[in-house]
Design a protein around this ligand. Sequence first.
Ligand SMILES: Cc1cc2nc3c(=O)[nH]c(=O)nc-3n(C[C@H](O)[C@H](O)[C@H](O)COP(=O)(O)OP(=O)(O)OC[C@H]3O[C@@H](n4cnc5c(N)ncnc54)[C@H](O)[C@@H]3O)c2cc1C
Length: 481
Amino acid sequence: MNDSSSARTCVAVIGGGITGLAAAHRLQELDPVCEIHLFEASDRLGGVLQTTQTEDGYLLENSADNFITNVPDALELCRRLGMEDELLPTNEALRKAYVVRRGELFPVPEGFVLMAPSKIWSILTTPILSWGGKLRLAREYFVPKRNEPTDESLASFVTRRMGQEVYDRLVQPLIGGIYTADPLKLSVQATLRQFVEMERKYGSLIKGMRNRDKAEQQQSHSGARYSMFVAPRLGMEQIVQRLAERLSHQSIHLNSPVQSIRNNAEGWQVESNDMSQTFDAVIVALPAPQAAEALHEFESLADGLRTIPYAGCSVAILAVDQKQIKRPVAGFGFVVPEIENRRILAGSFSNAKFPGRAPSDKVVIRVFVGGACHPELADLSDDQLKEIVLDELGDLIGLEGEPEKFLVTRWMGKMPQYHLGHLDRVAKLEAEASELPGLELAGNAYRGVGVPQCVQSGEKAAARVVTYLRQTMAETSQKDG
Ligand SMILES: Cc1cc2nc3c(=O)[nH]c(=O)nc-3n(C[C@H](O)[C@H](O)[C@H](O)COP(=O)(O)OP(=O)(O)OC[C@H]3O[C@@H](n4cnc5c(N)ncnc54)[C@H](O)[C@@H]3O)c2cc1C
């Protein structure tokens, strides 16, 4: 396999999720003669990305249903795959999210971007916060900036700057919903670094939001923020299919869980259930726990990988008739604060976000259950989950009767948690991996969980492998004469 006299290099990519696929595709783009072997444990490509198209006109997303374009890597990849025209913007007319307060749904104040306010008027008039909470938020302007360079939890950062109520009522549900994480443990530096930098630069988030240049601000008030999201017409798996088509002449090994990766005199030996081969380089595009297993020979690296915790959630998808919803919501969905003591994290309306997701008189609701704070709920049986979900949706949006469809997908241990100190842990892992030339780590465990960040991580790993292989070949040919 590994032959230093030939110019053809051979690289293994481990993991057939979006990270591994993007890595393999980039390798092929940068070095068209490179022989690529992609190893995937399951019987399909795509990993977490899963789209179900039904014969009766539904397009259901079991996990991710869109991606952001301000981190441009997924968009760029779609362009290179010739599918830019297939990307749908979110429905402009309904670009709104809601938050539950005392059992009722209220719009997230316009201008509240993830965790910072930019439009004072909408904050002053929102029923989501009490007057005390609004006044405390206004005082953010005068809260001195924190000077220590150490990491801080998201909860601490927000309560320190904007008060407990803004944290409980807005930030916890908005951010907890994205990361399905516990904000008391979540690292603000690893997840929302831009706000830490805003505090450092302007001394206050209110000042920072005001001072951001106008164009940027227009991009990011809560409605317009949705203009940054797109989805493929045929769902997220369309990207997976395009990548698989591009890689069709390479060796894709399905049902091939990799058990170990070792370094030997010829290169990198990869052992899967039914083969053992040596490669010039290897990209490990696995979730951290599985990467630790495969790399168990490298004890310190494996131990480091095991320090990145994962949580999970269940996604329940319901298809119902519009008439079954007695209090319909004009928006993309809603989030539920912890202090509401409900049993669901969030709900989103797929047919409101993108066209072609449901027949015209139907509504598709995706409900998220579990997360880092309630793992026991995600573990319930389908019947128990159905009871909970119908009960909660009955209360919140007046859903009545049986759904036409009810599907549950469980994503246990699939969501990395960027806890306090995450960036230090990742820097240490990267330093250790850099001591192993020809080995690259990529995936959602390190520097971003979104699809664009995964694409970026895979593509950067591919570029580093190509540079390494070129250097090695140049050194070999110099030695040879
Ligand atoms: C419910 C949910 C909703 C989400 N929503 C969004 C969203 O709307 N937008 C967004 O941008 N992101 C979203 N994300 C995040 C994003 O989808 C994921 O972070 C991303 O898809 C992960 O891709 P990956 O390739 O790194 O990992 P995975 O998709 O986990 O792929 C890893 C692959 O490795 C394989 N594997 C495991 N062990 C081995 C082994 N030993 N040998 C070989 N193969 C192995 C697995 O079978 C899997 O196919 C969501 C995630 C979840 C769970």
